[in-house]
Design a protein around this ligand. Structure first.
Ligand SMILES: Cc1cc2nc3c(=O)[nH]c(=O)nc-3n(C[C@H](O)[C@H](O)[C@H](O)COP(=O)(O)OP(=O)(O)OC[C@H]3O[C@@H](n4cnc5c(N)ncnc54)[C@H](O)[C@@H]3O)c2cc1C
Length: 421
């Protein structure tokens, strides 16, 4: 036994619990039976829509049909890990479900576990007033509306969120917002009925982490202009979309400010940890799916008289993919377990470690799967190209790799010095 390991770490349980085994099987069954086949149909229906930002009746029928079925099977809102409203799952238990959901672009929404709604719901549940809960949390929990989280701004390096500059000043009974946001995911979706918006409230005499606030904004409020959809490698990522928005004298009822002026960072801390790790769990699911597709392709096609898997370094590629997935999954489960211990500060470096490792690992495996598919791999005939672009963006979204590496390095360095590192 290693005496340097804390006792609780020695009894770390990362496997599937008794209660999660049947839930996981039910999620997997529904993914295989309904969600995977629906993804292709949804894409085809979207291609027929009059604009990229329209949800046609056919699209709504597909996604709402999946959600209704998930609800009927009682497979809904798993993400509410330590909440009375949900299943009360631990983060470790949730990880197994999120991995399954990550295997299809419709997976997370089907079970009402999609970003950024999950983080936004958590914020509303913890910090919202009753009126906010009635107006937004209830329909979000029912999967009737979607939401966006607006923090990043074009003019400032937003990986340092203390730079966020959208102004928010009280005028009578309303706050008046001015500034620009970009990469507002979900702002293209016509069902999005809430923007949780990070703003700078007047507070120059306060410390840097007490100068920001979060306010609930109705997307239909006059003064908000959708300037453009940001493109991800040339693709607008419709119908979800990541928008560049302009706010000009946008007047918001003062009751919509969450908690109090200056509480913006405190609220973010609660939100970002789970959101980040959920992305990683889904990225591991994508890597699994990519490996599955890679193997199927390598067995079903021949070149130079042999199946592809018998050629060149393909045994090594398949083996290394499995090794990397297993490594990342264990790290992800450990980060989840750290979160379950109830001290977000202790868990933070672990979340940062997996936030760096999982998207890089998934990107490498999807890249190899694309290669095994030849030109088909980058085409619309397989989900690989979409998966690849998505995991690449994860190396930026919710904090770029470098920022997370810094967190990890500082924790290491602090063991050797009392000085600020
Ligand atoms: C697809 C997608 C969806 C997104 N969705 C949302 C959303 O819904 N809401 C939202 O608010 N934002 C969203 N974002 C934005 C994302 O969170 C930001 O892009 C991210 O926080 C980085 O901010 P930035 O782009 O301003 O980069 P910058 O802050 O300008 O950083 C650029 C680079 O500088 C370097 N750097 C920065 N800090 C350090 C450091 N400490 N050490 C070493 N190097 C460093 C890194 O190389 C980093 O990548 C999304 C982004 C993408 C791509």
């Amino acid at each position: 036994m290693n005496m340097n390991i804390k006792p609780e770490l020695q009894s770390m349980a990362l496997g599937m619990s008794e209660r999660i085994i049947p839930i996981h099987a039910a999620v997997k069954e529904m993914m295989d039976e309904l969600v995977h086949p629906a993804a292709k149909r949804f894409e085809e229906a979207h291609a027929k829509a009059p604009t990229p930002w329209t949800y046609t009746d056919e699209m709504l029928e597909i996604i709402n049909g999946l959600k209704a079925e998930a609800k009927k099977r009682n497979l809904w809102n798993f993400w509410l890990t330590d909440s009375k409203s949900g299943y009360g799952l631990s983060t470790v238990e949730y990880a197994y479900l999120a991995e399954e959901m990550g295997k299809s672009p419709l997976g997370a929404e089907t079970f009402n576990c999609a970003a950024p709604d999950t983080g936004n719901m958590e914020v509303l549940e913890r910090y919202g007033a009753q009126a906010h809960k009635d107006k937004w949390l209830k329909p979000l929990l029912e999967g009737e509306i979607r939401s966006a989280f607006l923090m990043t701004e074009p003019q400032v390096a937003s990986s340092d969120a203390t730079n966020v500059s959208m102004s928010c000043e009280l005028d009578g009974d309303e706050y008046v917002l001015n500034g620009e946001k970009w990469w507002s995911s979900g702002a293209g979706d016509p069902r999005t009925a809430l923007y949780i918006t990070m703003v700078r409230t007047p507070s120059d005499d306060r410390p840097r982490h007490r100068q920001h606030s979060q306010i609930l904004v109705d997307p239909e409020t006059p003064g908000i202009t959708k300037l453009r959809a940001m493109q991800v490698f040339g693709n607008p990522d419709a119908p979800h979309g990541h928008f560049h928005l302009k706010f000009e004298n946008v007047r918001v009822p003062k009751e919509n400010l969450l908690v109090a002026e200056g509480a913006g960072f405190e609220i973010s801390q609660g939100r970002l940890g789970p959101g980040r790790i959920h992305h990683c769990m889904r990225a591991i699911g994508m890597a699994e799916r990519a490996l599955e597709l890679m193997i199927q392709r390598s067995m079903s096609r021949e070149a130079f008289g042999k199946p592809l898997y018998q050629l060149g370094a393909n045994y090594d590629i398949i083996a290394n993919s499995r090794i990397k997935i297993e490594q990342a999954r264990l790290l992800c489960l450990k980060a989840a377990w750290m979160m379950d211990q109830g001290d977000p500060r202790q868990a933070a470096p672990w979340i940062s470690m997996i936030k760096v490792a999982a998207p890089i690992m998934a990107g490498e495996i999807i890249d190899e799967a694309i290669q095994m598919h030849g030109a088909g791999g980058i085409s619309q005939d397989f989900p690989l190209a979409e998966m690849y672009t998505h995991v690449r963006t994860l190396r930026l979204a919710d904090g770029p790799d470098a920022v997370h590496r810094r967190q990890v390095a500082r924790r290491e360095l602090r063991q050797y010095t009392q000085e600020k590192v």
